[in-house]
Design a protein. Structure first.
Length: 344
C-alpha cells in the first residue's frame, strides 16, 4: 500500500468533505416545491403534479429515507428489509403495512394503488425487474423511482448484484435525499438530513486519518447462499469499498462487482487485517445469521487460521449500514470506532 500518497488523497478528500459539510450547515431558506415537478431519475423523466400518496417502497434505503423526511403518512406499503427499522422511525413504520420481508409481488404493489413506487435496487424494477419492470408500472400510470446510488456509475445487467463502472460516492445518497425531499415538498427536512450526514461523514474520516493506519487491509462478508459455498464479499468500487478507501483500509477483494463470490482460500491467502461481517434480521440464507457466520469462521480449517479470526479482529456492522443508505455514515462511525479499539 502506498501510504504517503494514500494519506494525501484521504487528506484532500477530508478537506473537501469538511468544506461541503460547512457549506451545507449554513442556514438557507427552503423553498416550497413548485408542482408540477420534473425529476430525472436513472434514465427516466418523471413528472409529479403533487406530492405522491399511497407510496410503496421496495428496499429499506428508500423506506427509511422517506421516514427521515417525515412522510410516513404518505406510505401504503414497505418491503425488502435487512435490519429492524431504526427506533426513531418506529412510530411511522407501525402505521405502514409490510408487503413482504423480501421482494413483493407485482400484484401486491399494484393493489395499493400507489402514486409512486420507490426502490433501493434497480434489479427490483429495472429491465429485468424481479417485481416488475418500469414500463409495466408506467403503463398503469404508476411512476417509479430508483435510488440514484444504485444506477449512477453502475451496470446492473452485469454480475449478480451489478458491477460498478465508477467508484461509489456518498454524493448519490445525498442526491436521492434531495430529490425525494423535493418530490414530497420536504426540502427543509432534506437539507437538514444531508447537512447532518455530511458533518458526521467528515468527522469519521478525520478520526480515521488520525489513527494513521499502516498496512491495514479488510474484507467485508455480507452473506453466503450456503455456508459451504463461496461467500458474497464486497468488491472494490461498491459501498464497503468506499468505506475502506476513505478510512485508509485496503480491500483484499479485487472485483468491481458489487458483491462477488470469492473463495475462502483466496481470502485467507490475502489475510486481511480485519474481517467485517454483516448482521441482519433477514433470514433468506443460513449465513444471514451473524452467529452462524462467527461459528463458521472459528471452525472452518481455512478461515480459523486467518490472523483476523485468531486474534479476534472481527467487526460486526448492520447489513443496512454496508449499503447506500442513510445508515452508511453510522457504519463508517462503527468501523472507525472498531479500528481505534483494535489498535489499543
Amino acid at each position: 500500500m502506498r501510504y504517503p500518497q494514500g494519506r494525501a488523497r484521504r487528506g484532500a478528500f477530508l478537506s473537501a468533505l469538511l468544506g461541503a459539510g460547512l457549506l451545507a450547515a449554513l442556514p438557507a431558506a427552503a423553498q416550497s416545491t413548485a408542482y408540477p415537478l420534473t425529476v430525472e431519475n436513472c434514465g427516466q423523466t418523471l413528472t409529479f403534479p403533487a406530492a405522491p400518496r399511497n407510496v410503496v417502497t421496495i428496499g429499506q434505503a428508500a423506506t427509511e429515507t422517506l421516514y427521515a423526511l417525515g412522510v410516513g403518512e404518505n406510505m401504503a406499503g414497505t418491503s425488502l428489509w435487512f435490519n429492524a427499522v431504526l427506533p426513531e422511525f418506529a412510530a411511522q413504520n407501525d402505521r405502514v403495512p409490510r408487503l413482504d420481508n423480501n421482494a413483493p409481488s407485482f400484484e401486491s404493489v399494484i393493489n395499493k394503488r400507489p402514486g409512486l413506487v420507490a426502490t433501493q435496487f434497480e434489479w427490483m424494477i429495472g429491465a429485468q425487474g424481479v417485481v416488475g419492470t418500469r414500463p409495466q408500472f408506467h403503463e398503469l400510470g404508476v411512476p417509479t423511482y430508483i435510488m440514484p446510488s444504485d444506477c449512477e456509475g453502475k451496470n446492473n445487467l452485469v454480475g449478480a448484484d451489478g458491477t460498478r463502472t465508477a467508484p461509489f460516492t456518498t454524493a448519490t445518497i445525498y442526491k436521492g435525499i434531495e430529490q425525494l425531499a423535493a418530490v414530497f415538498d420536504r426540502q427543509a427536512a432534506g437539507a437538514k438530513l444531508v447537512a447532518d450526514l455530511r458533518a458526521r461523514e467528515a468527522a469519521a474520516v478525520a478520526r480515521a486519518e488520525a489513527l494513521k493506519l499502516t498496512d491495514a487491509s479488510a474484507a467485508f462478508w455480507f452473506s453466503s447462499a450456503d455456508l459451504d459455498l463461496d461467500p458474497y464479499m464486497a468488491g472494490q468500487k461498491g459501498i464497503p469499498g468506499y468505506m475502506m478507501r476513505t478510512l485508509g483500509l485496503r480491500n483484499v477483494v479485487q472485483s468491481d462487482e458489487e458483491w462477488p463470490t470469492v473463495g475462502w482460500e483466496s481470502i485467507a491467502r490475502a489475510n486481511p487485517s480485519v474481517l467485517v461481517i454483516a448482521r441482519m434480521d433477514r433470514r433468506r440464507f443460513p449465513a444471514d445469521d451473524v452467529e452462524k457466520k462467527l461459528a463458521f469462521l472459528r471452525a472452518d480449517p481455512v478461515t480459523r487460521e486467518m490472523t483476523a479470526v485468531r486474534e479476534g479482529r472481527i467487526v460486526i456492522i448492520d447489513a443496512h449500514a454496508m449499503q447506500a443508505t442513510i445508515r452508511l455514515v453510522g457504519g463508517l462511525e462503527a468501523l472507525t470506532e472498531a479500528m481505534a479499539k483494535l489498535r489499543q
